[in-house]
Design a binder for this molecule. Structure first.
Ligand SMILES: C[S@@+](CC[C@H](N)C(=O)[O-])C[C@H]1O[C@@H](n2cnc3c(N)ncnc32)[C@H](O)[C@@H]1O
Length: 436
């Protein structure tokens, strides 16, 4: 018989990266039993900040029963994880044959083996159209076959108070037969690119997210004291919490005078394409347009500055990726964002320590699920589940496993590719309803 867990040993974190997802769950009281991750630096970051072991393994090679044996008689509350998205990312080259794409099915096999009450699968929006919809269709069908009730939801994580618009696909399921929703959206947002105006409070802006940080240093080894003793606003306060040393690391840049001059010409929202002709160096143009023309990932273009853009301070940031400190210019200063600023925009608190060189740390941060959004999800699912003694769902809530619903876009129109996915998922919705 499986042993009921306590709140502190109830989550298995796969593809755990720097631990953004895990840290968010830990903040909701759900401390991961362990992480699993192929990258050594990310594993070290995870272990230092989460405090549980990170197994440095290739999840495509590990037998799923490795985790069953590791858990012993424990029945995890949740398996969480975001398998690598590079193969899917619309910002990068898409390759349905990319073996990394198959990692989504490794995740599924581990869920099948350890049978958590819930699974929370996070990915980039490109997953929805990968393989012309076949990948997400296959994944959902398999989760249903395992006995999970599933929702597919494209969410903008700014709606949960993240100072950044970040569209991500969440596939969430439970094997309790319980219907559920996503957490209520608590904020409106606008990054200039994605927006959702409403009467809800505006999510923290970029200026608010960066407030309180001191003047960025010129060397990575420097620690930078806060600008003032008291926090500048509630977001600054949240970021400063538990940072007992009163200064921050990773807050540096190495901008040369020539680039500073160039950046000074950009107004918020402008990109290198808006620069005067004399600054339109050929390589800049090639880089600026290459993403559009052939989808080359910005990471592979090499060399800064590439597709630079100055962010708006009074709006939310654009999505933080591994390229952000090369591409995003500070709203008021003539330099790119620092690594610490990217970490804040991803809602990693200032005491969070990252392992590896600057490129590795930047990638770990860009890959992460913002902890703040993860905490909102974790709290919400605990409330629905009623696990850990806070009340159990009534039997009337229970039903056969089925696709409970899906949201593929918030826009009024839908691309042809997405319409195809919609048709496939609709067929699944229909099938399951017929079965019920
Ligand atoms: C999108 S990131 C996950 C970020 C994490 N959810 C967070 O919130 O910080 C995906 C992670 O999968 C890891 N990964 C890629 N291939 C892997 C493999 N074969 N086995 C284990 N981990 C892998 C990458 O190194 C990367 O850290």
């Amino acid at each position: 018989m499986l042993i009921a867990n306590t709140k502190s040993d109830s989550v298995l974190s796969l593809f755990s990266g720097a631990g953004g997802f895990s840290y968010g769950f830990a903040n909701a009281g759900l401390l991961p039993i362990c992480g699993a991750e192929i990258n050594k630096d990310a594993c070290a970051t995870y272990e230092e900040n989460i405090g549980s072991t990170c197994h440095n393994v290739d999840l495509s090679a590990v037998e799923p029963n490795f985790f069953r044996e590791l858990l012993g008689a424990k029945e995890p509350f949740a398996v969480i994880g975001g398998p690598p998205c590079q193969g899917f990312s619309t910002a990068g080259a898409r390759d349905a044959q990319d073996p990394r794409n198959r990692l989504i099915f490794n995740y599924l096999r581990i869920v099948a083996e350890v049978r958590p009450r819930w699974f929370i699968f996070e990915n980039v929006e490109g997953l929805l159209t990968s393989g012309h919809g076949a990948d997400v269709f296959a994944l959902v069908r398999e989760f249903l076959a395992l006995g999970y009730s599933v929702r597919v939801h494209k969410a903008n994580l700014a709606a949960y108070g993240v100072p950044q618009t970040r569209k991500r696909v969440l596939i969430i399921g439970n094997r309790l037969g319980v219907d559920f929703s996503l957490p209520d959206e608590t904020y409106s947002y606008d990054s200039g690119k994605s927006k959702k105006p409403s009467t809800k409070p505006f999510a923290p802006t970029l200026d608010q997210a960066l407030a309180g940080l001191g003047v960025a240093a010129r060397s990575r080894s420097a620690t930078v004291p806060y600008l003032t003793t008291d926090a500048a606003n509630s977001f600054d306060q949240l970021m400063r919490a538990e940072n007992t040393i009163g200064n921050v690391t990773e807050h540096f840049h190495s901008t040369v005078a020539k680039d500073e001059e160039l950046y000074s010409l950009l107004k918020p929202g402008q990109t290198m394409k808006d620069l005067p002709e004399e600054y339109q160096h050929d390589s800049f143009k090639r880089r600026a347009f290459r993403r559009v023309m052939d989808g080359t990932p910005s990471e592979k273009r090499g060399g800064a500055p590439s597709g630079i853009k100055r962010l708006h301070g009074n709006l939310q940031s654009l999505t933080i990726t591994g390229a952000a400190p090369r591409e995003f210019i500070h709203p008021h200063e003539h330099r790119p964002l620092t690594i610490r600023e990217c970490a804040r925009i991803q809602t990693f608190p200032d005491h969070y320590r990252f392992h590896g060189n600057a490129a590795s740390v930047t990638q770990q941060i860009g890959n992460a699920v913002p902890p703040l959004a993860a905490t909102a999800i974790a709290r919400h699912l605990q409330e629905i589940d009623g696990a850990f003694g806070s009340g159990i769902q009534t039997p009337s809530c229970r039903s056969e496993p089925r696709l409970l619903g899906f949201v593929l876009t918030e826009a009024t129109g839908m691309s042809e590719a997405l319409q195809k996915t919609e048709r496939m998922l609709n067929s699944l919705l229909q099938q399951e309803l017929d079965l019920a």
